[in-house]
Design a protein around this ligand. Structure first.
Ligand SMILES: [Zn+2]
Length: 146
């Protein structure tokens, strides 16, 4: 899977906040450094979920393991952010926040990058890409899968 490089920060802009891995999310963030998207799979009922949790949201079993996602999905909904005064996001405007139904099951929220925001439509196919933001994590973002 690919790496997303947004280019140098414009003057006055600050980098995006980096996730801080904890015991539960550490495997997920470690995989992002290898450009791999993980989802949790319940060994009891087979349900897939993301973000990671200590229990299955379907059957409440604690028998969860991380598996590799295809990183592909379909846009369920999206909006275009046109105002954000924070120096960590202002330089990204306009940008897309989307709900994405992964082919593996979970619905996740992320950004769709690499094309003008107006081009991103509900039903579009997307694939994951990763923006490195620290030594501990790369952000899973999505690009159109054309
Ligand atoms: Zn389950």
């Amino acid at each position: 899977m690919s790496t997303y490089d947004p280019g140098p920060l414009s003057e006055g802009a600050k980098p995006r906040p980096a996730p801080v891995p904890d015991a539960e999310s550490a495997p997920f963030w470690a995989a992002t450094l290898e450009r791999t998207l993980l989802v949790q799979e319940c060994s009891s009922c087979g349900h897939h979920q993301l973000y990671g949790r200590s229990l299955c949201v379907n059957c409440h079993a604690a028998a969860l393991r991380w598996i590799e996602s295809s990183g592909r999905g379909t846009i369920y909904s999206r909006t275009i952010i046109r105002q954000n005064p924070m120096r960590t996001f202002k330089h990204l405007i306009p940008f897309v926040v989307a709900l994405i139904d992964l082919d593996d099951g979970p619905r996740v929220m992320s950004n769709v990058v690499g094309v003008p925001a107006e081009e991103v439509q509900i039903g579009d196919r997307v694939r994951v890409t990763f923006q490195p933001v620290s030594d501990d994590a790369a952000l899973p973002l999505f690009e159109l899968d054309r």
